[in-house]
Design a protein around this ligand. Structure first.
Ligand code: MTE
Length: 297
């Protein structure tokens, strides 16, 4: 199945008309896919982008290992060829997309702050497209209230999935409320630092939700389902009192075992105060009006 060509054709033209599409990368994703075009982020907020080597190699990817350095090493031979993403559930037009289909969405660079629940942070130039563009294509039904995301389950490729006692429940599952998923900041990322995603960063496609703790930004996605009920996520299963469904970055709500008031940017010696909604308060606080963020953490 393919994305409606007419839609793509029009999008491409709009994109080209802007005249700022840059042909930047010629790196291959898998064997078939070649260069991708994207609109560069002008970084109007003057965010200090993290050093590339630091950012791409400081990872959490439990399927490979809970040890950050081992995870990078073990991810290097990750095979993402013939990757498919199933988009299903409460939608009028379920679809299975290849990465070739995915790369036809108009790609943009987005320089976002990224804050891990472990209190480290970075600023990353992602390349991707707004999740809402995909959502609009599949036409969710009235019943679709949440979006559930699932990572690949492959014991041959992921050592921790094959362990006698896996660290967490697999496959890794995350979820968003529909309005969060439709928010223009919510990105499906296929690239990082102007190149396709590295295996350790969630190749070939991952979610980025910059106002939430990093664990919401699920890697190596194979399924996106529209559901009626709030999905149970991997980290909620692991420790519901420590990792809530919303997981909005909030310096006023401590993790039961440590404060979230400050963070250390990769490469920095000193810590700095963490910003409400990770600095995206103006854009997203309206989504949570009237909600008690201490209870719904
Ligand atoms: N997605 C999967 N499938 N497996 C994981 O272990 N770790 C999460 C998130 N997405 C994780 C995942 C956590 S805890 C964080 S902080 C970010 O990915 C880290 O992204 P990075 O490794 O690209 O910095």
């Amino acid at each position: 199945m393919h994305i409606t060509p007419q839609y793509l054709y029009q999008k491409r033209r709009e994109f080209l008309k802007l005249g700022i599409g840059a042909l930047v990368s010629s790196t291959l994703i898998g064997s078939k896919l070649s260069a991708f075009n994207f609109i560069e982020d002008k970084n109007l907020n003057n965010l200090k982008v993290s050093d590339e080597e630091l950012a791409i190699n400081y990872v959490n990817f439990y399927e490979f290992s809970t040890d950050k350095r081992k995870a990078v090493a073990l991810a290097q031979n990750f095979n993402t060829q013939n990757w498919k993403i199933e988009i299903s559930g409460e939608v009028e037009k379920p679809i299975i997309l290849s990465m070739e289909d995915i790369l036809k969405f108009p790609l943009e660079e987005k320089i976002y702050r990224f804050r891990c629940v472990e209190t480290w942070s970075m600023v990353v130039p992602w390349i991707g497209f707004e999740l809402r563009q995909l959502i609009e294509k599949v036409k969710p039904t009235q019943k679709a209230k949440f979006v559930k995301f699932t990572t690949l389950l492959d014991k041959n490729q992921f050592p921790d999935q094959n362990a006698l006692f896996p660290t967490i429940d697999y496959p890794y599952v995350e979820g968003l409320r529909m309005d969060e998923a439709m928010h223009p900041l919510t990105l499906l990322a296929v690239g990082i630092y102007k190149k396709p995603l590295k295996p350790q960063n969630g190749a070939p496609i991952r979610l980025i939700v910059p106002w939430k703790y990093g664990f919401k930004s699920i890697k190596s996605i194979v399924k996106i389902e529209f559901v009626e009920k709030q999905p149970r996520t991997t980290w909620q299963n692991y420790a519901p009192n420590e990792y809530g469904f919303y997981a909005n970055v909030n310096p006023n709500v401590s993790h039961p075992r440590w404060s979230q008031a400050n963070e250390r940017a990769l490469g920095d010696f000193f810590t700095k105060p963490t910003l409400m909604f990770n600095g995206y308060e103006k854009e997203v606080s309206k989504l949570y009006k009237g909600m008690d963020l201490k209870v719904n953490f």
